[in-house]
Design a protein around this ligand. Sequence first.
Ligand SMILES: Cc1cc2nc3c(=O)[nH]c(=O)nc-3n(C[C@H](O)[C@H](O)[C@H](O)COP(=O)(O)O)c2cc1C
Length: 164
Amino acid sequence: MTNLNNPFDTHAFRDALGCYPTGVAVVTAGTPESSHIGITVNSFASVSLDPPLVLWAIDRRSRRHDPFVAAPAFTVSILSAEHRAVSSRLAGAGEHSLDGLTLLPTELGPPALADSLAVFECSREQVVEGGDHSVLIGRVLRFHRPQNGAPLIYFQGRYSALAQ
Ligand SMILES: Cc1cc2nc3c(=O)[nH]c(=O)nc-3n(C[C@H](O)[C@H](O)[C@H](O)COP(=O)(O)O)c2cc1C
Protein backbone atom coordinates (compact mmCIF):
# COMPACT_ATOMS: atom_id res chain seq x y z
CA MET A 1 0.00 0.00 0.00
CA THR A 2 1.26 3.49 -0.79
CA ASN A 3 2.48 5.13 2.36
CA LEU A 4 1.11 8.66 2.50
CA ASN A 5 1.33 9.02 6.26
CA ASN A 6 2.42 12.27 7.71
CA PRO A 7 5.22 12.47 8.78
CA PHE A 8 6.71 10.73 5.75
CA ASP A 9 8.05 7.30 6.70
CA THR A 10 11.65 7.59 5.51
CA HIS A 11 12.53 4.12 6.71
CA ALA A 12 9.71 2.52 4.71
CA PHE A 13 10.66 4.69 1.72
CA ARG A 14 14.23 3.40 1.88
CA ASP A 15 12.96 -0.20 2.07
CA ALA A 16 10.70 0.39 -0.95
CA LEU A 17 13.63 1.81 -2.94
CA GLY A 18 15.57 -1.33 -2.04
CA CYS A 19 13.09 -3.33 -4.16
CA TYR A 20 14.92 -1.96 -7.17
CA PRO A 21 17.93 -4.28 -7.70
CA THR A 22 21.16 -2.57 -8.68
CA GLY A 23 24.75 -3.33 -9.49
CA VAL A 24 27.49 -2.08 -7.20
CA ALA A 25 30.36 0.24 -8.09
CA VAL A 26 33.35 1.77 -6.36
CA VAL A 27 34.11 5.41 -7.16
CA THR A 28 37.63 6.72 -6.57
CA ALA A 29 38.98 10.26 -6.60
CA GLY A 30 42.06 12.22 -5.59
CA THR A 31 42.23 14.48 -2.55
CA PRO A 32 44.17 17.73 -2.03
CA GLU A 33 46.65 15.71 0.09
CA SER A 34 47.27 13.74 -3.15
CA SER A 35 46.07 10.41 -1.73
CA HIS A 36 43.18 8.58 -3.40
CA ILE A 37 39.92 7.65 -1.71
CA GLY A 38 37.08 5.28 -2.59
CA ILE A 39 33.42 4.71 -1.80
CA THR A 40 30.98 1.90 -2.52
CA VAL A 41 27.86 3.11 -4.36
CA ASN A 42 24.77 1.69 -5.97
CA SER A 43 23.46 5.05 -7.23
CA PHE A 44 25.54 4.82 -10.41
CA ALA A 45 23.52 5.27 -13.61
CA SER A 46 24.06 6.07 -17.25
CA VAL A 47 22.78 9.48 -18.35
CA SER A 48 23.70 10.13 -21.98
CA LEU A 49 25.42 8.35 -24.86
CA ASP A 50 26.34 11.50 -26.80
CA PRO A 51 27.92 13.22 -25.00
CA PRO A 52 28.90 10.24 -22.82
CA LEU A 53 27.65 11.08 -19.33
CA VAL A 54 27.13 9.04 -16.17
CA LEU A 55 26.02 9.96 -12.66
CA TRP A 56 26.19 8.85 -9.07
CA ALA A 57 25.02 10.45 -5.84
CA ILE A 58 26.80 10.95 -2.52
CA ASP A 59 25.18 11.60 0.84
CA ARG A 60 25.90 15.16 1.99
CA ARG A 61 26.54 13.79 5.51
CA SER A 62 29.29 11.47 4.29
CA ARG A 63 32.80 12.22 5.52
CA ARG A 64 33.79 11.62 1.89
CA HIS A 65 31.33 14.16 0.47
CA ASP A 66 33.53 17.26 0.24
CA PRO A 67 36.62 15.65 -1.32
CA PHE A 68 34.50 13.78 -3.91
CA VAL A 69 32.53 16.89 -4.86
CA ALA A 70 35.72 18.96 -5.12
CA ALA A 71 37.65 16.42 -7.20
CA PRO A 72 37.97 17.35 -10.90
CA ALA A 73 37.96 13.67 -11.93
CA PHE A 74 36.61 10.37 -10.68
CA THR A 75 36.82 6.75 -11.77
CA VAL A 76 33.92 4.31 -11.57
CA SER A 77 34.70 0.57 -11.30
CA ILE A 78 31.77 -1.80 -11.81
CA LEU A 79 32.16 -4.64 -9.32
CA SER A 80 32.00 -8.34 -10.02
CA ALA A 81 30.55 -10.95 -7.66
CA GLU A 82 34.15 -11.57 -6.53
CA HIS A 83 34.39 -8.03 -5.13
CA ARG A 84 32.06 -8.48 -2.18
CA ALA A 85 34.77 -7.98 0.46
CA VAL A 86 36.10 -4.86 -1.29
CA SER A 87 32.57 -3.49 -1.51
CA SER A 88 31.98 -4.06 2.22
CA ARG A 89 35.29 -2.49 3.11
CA LEU A 90 34.71 0.71 1.12
CA ALA A 91 31.17 0.93 2.55
CA GLY A 92 32.59 1.05 6.08
CA ALA A 93 32.09 4.26 8.06
CA GLY A 94 35.21 6.39 7.62
CA GLU A 95 36.90 3.63 5.61
CA HIS A 96 37.98 5.40 2.46
CA SER A 97 41.61 4.40 2.01
CA LEU A 98 42.60 2.26 -0.98
CA ASP A 99 45.68 0.89 0.80
CA GLY A 100 46.21 -2.81 0.19
CA LEU A 101 43.68 -3.10 -2.66
CA THR A 102 44.75 -4.33 -6.09
CA LEU A 103 44.45 -1.30 -8.35
CA LEU A 104 44.89 -0.41 -12.00
CA PRO A 105 46.39 2.98 -12.90
CA THR A 106 44.31 5.30 -15.08
CA GLU A 107 45.21 8.21 -17.32
CA LEU A 108 43.10 10.68 -15.32
CA GLY A 109 44.63 9.64 -11.99
CA PRO A 110 42.05 8.02 -9.70
CA PRO A 111 42.85 4.30 -9.89
CA ALA A 112 40.41 1.56 -10.88
CA LEU A 113 39.84 -1.67 -8.99
CA ALA A 114 41.53 -4.64 -10.63
CA ASP A 115 39.23 -7.28 -12.12
CA SER A 116 36.28 -4.88 -12.50
CA LEU A 117 33.68 -5.63 -15.15
CA ALA A 118 33.92 -2.10 -16.56
CA VAL A 119 35.81 1.08 -15.73
CA PHE A 120 34.70 4.63 -16.57
CA GLU A 121 37.24 7.44 -16.26
CA CYS A 122 35.32 10.68 -15.84
CA SER A 123 35.90 14.39 -15.59
CA ARG A 124 33.46 16.14 -13.29
CA GLU A 125 30.89 17.78 -15.55
CA GLN A 126 28.33 19.03 -13.05
CA VAL A 127 27.28 18.72 -9.41
CA VAL A 128 23.54 18.96 -8.82
CA GLU A 129 21.98 19.39 -5.40
CA GLY A 130 19.58 16.51 -4.83
CA GLY A 131 18.06 16.89 -1.38
CA ASP A 132 20.31 15.19 1.15
CA HIS A 133 22.60 13.94 -1.65
CA SER A 134 24.82 15.64 -4.21
CA VAL A 135 24.49 14.20 -7.71
CA LEU A 136 27.82 14.06 -9.54
CA ILE A 137 27.57 13.97 -13.31
CA GLY A 138 30.74 12.86 -15.07
CA ARG A 139 31.85 12.99 -18.67
CA VAL A 140 33.37 9.66 -19.64
CA LEU A 141 36.78 10.30 -21.24
CA ARG A 142 37.93 6.66 -21.34
CA PHE A 143 36.38 3.33 -20.56
CA HIS A 144 37.54 -0.25 -20.63
CA ARG A 145 36.34 -3.69 -19.65
CA PRO A 146 39.11 -5.46 -17.73
CA GLN A 147 37.20 -8.69 -17.13
CA ASN A 148 34.07 -10.64 -18.02
CA GLY A 149 32.07 -12.15 -15.19
CA ALA A 150 29.01 -12.04 -13.01
CA PRO A 151 28.14 -8.66 -11.47
CA LEU A 152 27.75 -7.97 -7.76
CA ILE A 153 24.07 -7.22 -7.10
CA TYR A 154 22.45 -5.27 -4.25
CA PHE A 155 18.78 -5.92 -3.47
CA GLN A 156 16.71 -5.15 -0.39
CA GLY A 157 19.73 -4.13 1.63
CA ARG A 158 21.76 -7.25 0.84
CA TYR A 159 24.32 -8.47 -1.62
CA SER A 160 22.90 -10.90 -4.11
CA ALA A 161 23.65 -12.58 -7.43
CA LEU A 162 21.91 -12.94 -10.76
CA ALA A 163 19.97 -16.18 -11.12
CA GLN A 164 21.53 -18.25 -13.89
C1 LIG B 1 25.77 -1.53 -1.65
C2 LIG B 1 25.96 -0.13 -1.09
C3 LIG B 1 25.66 0.97 -1.88
C4 LIG B 1 25.85 2.27 -1.40
N1 LIG B 1 25.57 3.32 -2.22
C5 LIG B 1 25.80 4.58 -1.79
C6 LIG B 1 25.58 5.67 -2.66
O1 LIG B 1 25.15 5.53 -3.81
N2 LIG B 1 25.85 6.93 -2.19
C7 LIG B 1 26.32 7.14 -0.91
O2 LIG B 1 26.54 8.30 -0.54
N3 LIG B 1 26.56 6.10 -0.07
C8 LIG B 1 26.33 4.83 -0.48
N4 LIG B 1 26.58 3.78 0.34
C9 LIG B 1 27.15 4.05 1.68
C10 LIG B 1 28.67 4.29 1.59
O3 LIG B 1 29.31 3.23 0.90
C11 LIG B 1 29.31 4.38 3.00
O4 LIG B 1 28.81 3.33 3.77
C12 LIG B 1 29.06 5.66 3.71
O5 LIG B 1 29.50 6.71 2.90
C13 LIG B 1 29.81 5.65 5.05
O6 LIG B 1 29.85 6.93 5.64
P1 LIG B 1 31.18 7.88 5.53
O7 LIG B 1 31.35 8.22 4.08
O8 LIG B 1 30.82 9.09 6.37
O9 LIG B 1 32.38 7.14 6.07
C14 LIG B 1 26.37 2.47 -0.10
C15 LIG B 1 26.66 1.35 0.71
C16 LIG B 1 26.46 0.07 0.21
C17 LIG B 1 26.80 -1.12 1.08
